[in-house]
Design a protein around this ligand. Structure first.
Ligand SMILES: O=C(O)CCC(=O)C(=O)O
Ligand SMILES: [Fe+2]
Length: 395
């Protein structure tokens, strides 16, 4: 391992176990009942009155609710996304990553605030990930805040940068993104219903959304016992819908006992997990769960997460229907766009001292941190004591 950059080495307590438990328990949910059904605005009670199909839908909603509560992760099959659409983007991703490093770097991410482009130097919790990525926004252009600074009201437009090769990448991406958006809205509707809310309660937050698709490539790694493809993290958005290939490597921290368990690849399934935003909206009925990616010394691995993110202006806070005097909001409201802009800075290595920032008067000697601020534990802002267990750092 002499020539491996020590920046990849995980601290001993975060190193993967090469013999892992396979997570049979992660729910596998069949969405076929939805394929005939267009989104409505029915409540659960109205669905129950809607006959046999309505009752099947109620069962599905309950399954989704249990999965979100107990795991924060589930897989879906019969989701309505054509296999061909997935195969096309997977094949384009393979061709893109098979190019030389010089070719890929021509379309490298330009600055740490602009997530679009190729990147082979990503950090999760300050340790380098054994992977290379290519990021594209679903809406082209996408409007995000111009900076992470809370008082800066400027916005800026991100325009996708398409690689010259393979030429079919653009069309296959756009087709896949449309399907992912459709599936995510269906899942969002089911999640709303499972929280006892109307099916379309959350959809308004996603007008001009800032969702992204990432093409991930994890090359074979000579030190799979010391490094990770993606270090432990939670996803900061609302939902993630992930296509993984048949190699496997995604591990989820099981809520019941904190063990890392492997998500078994299932052909043509999508892995869905709730992110920090759903945790806050649901006032912790559902939690965003930690996950990470193991690499191996023999086979490269590809995956494609779709990060379903609301509009950048959305203030994220517990839904009022889910709070009471006895169960008040657990987190301080925060602006999603600023949270996003801050997180994008955290996953890039600092290039100059401007990355060393002060948070509430306390210098951490690293780049900025931003996390969900529990209202009960801290009313005055980010508590430096808690900064190291940053809620989420990767995407
Ligand atoms: O590649 C995977 O299986 C998961 C990647 C992931 O968790 C992420 O990019 O946030
Ligand atoms: Fe993730």
């Amino acid at each position: 391992m002499g020539e491996v950059d020590p920046a990849f080495i995980q601290a001993p307590e975060h190193r993967p176990k090469l013999s892992t438990i396979e997570a049979q328990g992660i729910p596998l949910i069949d969405l076929s009942i939805l394929n005939s059904h267009e989104s409505s605005n029915l409540s659960l009670i109205q669905l129950l009155k809607a006959g046999a199909e309505g009752r099947q839908r109620v069962n599905l909603v309950e399954e989704i609710g249990e999965a979100c509560k107990n795991w924060g992760f589930f897989q879906v099959i019969n989701h309505g996304v054509p296999l061909e659409t997935r195969e096309k983007i997977e094949s384009a991703a393979r061709k893109f990553f098979a190019q030389s490093a010089d070719e890929k770097r021509k379309i490298r991410r330009r600055d740490e605030m602009n997530p679009q482009g190729y990147n082979d130097i990503e950090l999760t919790k300050n340790v380098r990930d054994w992977k290379e990525v290519f990021d594209l926004a679903v809406n082209n252009p996408t409007v995000i805040p111009a900076s992470h600074e809370p008082d800066d009201k400027e916005v800026r437009e991100l325009v996708n940068r398409w690689p010259a090769y393979p030429p079919e990448l653009r069309e296959s991406f756009e087709e896949y993104a449309t399907e992912m958006e459709r599936l995510s809205h269906k899942l969002l509707g089911l999640i709303s219903l499972s929280l006892g809310l109307p099916e379309n309660r959350l959809s308004g937050f996603f007008n001009d959304h800032i969702s992204f698709i990432r093409l991930n490539h994890y090359p074979p790694c000579p030190i799979p016992h010391l490094a990770l493809g993606v270090g432990r993290h939670k996803d900061g958005g609302a939902l993630t819908v992930l296509a993984q290939d048949d190699v496997g490597g995604l591990e989820v921290k099981r809520k019941t006992d904190g063990e890392w368990v492997r998500v078994k690849p299932t052909p043509d399934a999508y892995i869905v997990n709730v992110g920090d935003i759903v945790q806050v909206w649901s006032n912790e009925q559902y939690e965003s769960v930690e996950h990470r990616v193991m690499v191996n010394s023999e086979r490269e691995r590809f995956s494609i997460p779709f990060f379903f993110n609301p509009n950048h202006r959305v203030m994220v806070e517990a839904l009022e229907e889910l709070t009471t005097d006895q169960n008040p909001a657990k987190y301080r409201a925060y602006n999603w766009g600023k949270f996003f802009a801050t997180r994008k800075r955290e996953t890039s290595p600092p290039t100059s001292s401007k990355h060393f920032v002060l948070i509430h008067g306390s210098c951490h000697g690293e780049w900025s941190r931003y996390k969900l601020v529990p209202l009960l534990r801290s009313s005055s802002g980010i508590n430096p004591e808690q900064v190291d267990d940053v809620s989420s750092v990767s995407d």
